[in-house]
Design a protein around this ligand. Sequence first.
Ligand code: OAD
Length: 232
Amino acid sequence: MSKQKKLVVLTGAGMSVESGLATFRGAGGLWGEHRVEDVATPEAWYRDAKLVLDFYNYRRKELLSVKPNAGHIALAELEKDFNVQIITQNVDDLHERAGSTQVLHLHGELMKVRSTGPGEQVYDLTENNYETHLGDKCPYGYQLRPHIVWFGEAVPEMENAISLVEQADIFLIIGTSMQVYPAAGLIHYVKKDVPIYLIDPNEVGVHGRGIHVIKKGAGEGMKEFSKLVRQG
Ligand code: OAD
C-alpha cells in the first residue's frame, strides 16, 4: 500500500463563518462595544479579569450553539485518502466535532482553562460546566484563566506547527487573512515544489510563488478542493 500524502491545512476564523461564528477583522468582529483585541490581552486580564472571563463565557455559550459546517466535514472526510494535519488559529472545537483527528491549536482552545499558577495545568470544560468565574481555582489554589494565547503572548505550539508545515506534501490555507504573526509566517516553511492552495471568498494578501486560489467560502471551496486533490 502506498504511503498517504501529508496534507497540512492552516485554518482561520473564515473556516467557521458558515457555522455562524464571526471573523475577527470582518464586520461583526466586536463583542458588545469592545474590540476583541481589547479583551484578549494580558493587560485586559490584569485590568479587569471579570470582563475577560465573561467574554470567554459568552464565546463558549455561542460555540455550544453552533455545529461544524460542510467545510469542516469535507476536511475530516479527506482523512480517508490523505494524512491530514490541521493547524488552526481557531479556538473553537469544530474541526474535532466534524471528526478530524489531528488538530493543532496554535492560539489555544475555548473549551479548556489553565491554572495561573507555576504549573500552568490545563483542565477541560464540559457542555454542562463551561463557565469560569473569579474565585474558580485549580486544585493548587490558583485562579483559572482561559487557555487562550492572547495578543502579545508567546505561541508555544509554533515549533510543532513549523515542523508539520516542513513535512507537507500539499499545503492548504482556509479562511485566514494571514495578517497575524507568527501564524501567517508558516507559509514560508512550505518546501519548494509543494503545491499551495488557498480557499477564501475575498482577496488575501499572500504573495510569493504560485498559489492556487479557490475564491469561494469554506464549504463550496472544500468541495472543489477535494475533487481536485483526489484526482491527484
Ligand atoms: P480574520 O478575521 O483576520 O480573517 C478571516 C478570513 O476569513 C478573511 O480572509 C475572510 O475573507 C475569510 N472568510 C470570510 N468568510 C469566509 C467563508 N465563508 N469561508 C472561508 N473564508 C471566509 O481571521 P484570522 O486570520 O483567523 O488570534 O485571524 C487570525 C488571528 O487573529 C485569530 O486567531 C485571532 C485573531 O486576532 C488570537 O486570538 C490570538
